[in-house]
Design a protein around this ligand. Sequence first.
Ligand code: ATP
Ligand code: MG
Length: 201
Amino acid sequence: MINDDKKNENHKKRQQKLKEKVDERIAAATEDKGLLLVITGNGKGKSTSGFGMITRSVGHGLQAGIVQFIKGTWECGEMNLLKQHGVKHHVMKTGFTWETQNKEADTAAAQVAWAEAKKMLVDTSIDIILLDELTYMVTYGYIDLEDVISALKNRPAMQHVVITGRACHRQIIELADTVSEVQSIKHAFDNGIRVQKGVDW
Ligand code: ATP
Ligand code: MG
């Protein structure tokens, strides 16, 4: 019993110290800034996270824009919802897939999508932009890295941008304020389970 009291007291002291440290850090973080966020890695959850931030923003009455650089085979559940809330949206007009055969057509479609993204990146009325799967466009050389970097650097100071996709280029990661790598521990697909509505699209 005495031992338990002692343990409780020690736990309380440790928690108190931790709280003081966290409070100090919260008090020190006073700056506001348009953030560049990158969600990369091989695990599931990158686009979901991007769409989640857009949904949060819309919930606060912020103006949001989305450019999807890979047109999925399935309709996008989030988009069905967000379109009803005035979110500006462009989806790349090609059946770009992993087995893509037509480099010219894909490059042209990627550049049209990138031009739409650039319009958003100079629009001060847009508070947050999701550039979903942008990383692949840079990897495949469909859009120019320097152009991407320059558009990101010159965007309105308070505008947030979220970039998703695997294997994000090092220079974009360096420019970003917040970078998360989603690691795959396991995925249902590996056990022969196909994509599920609501979970995957
Ligand atoms: P989500 O859109 O579910 O957040 P994501 O954006 O992290 O996924 P992408 O690489 O864009 O992942 O792939 C999208 C699709 O591929 C989704 O249907 C997702 O469930 C599936 N997927 C994601 N990660 C994996 C994985 N490690 N193995 C197999 N399938 C995956
Ligand atoms: Mg994705």
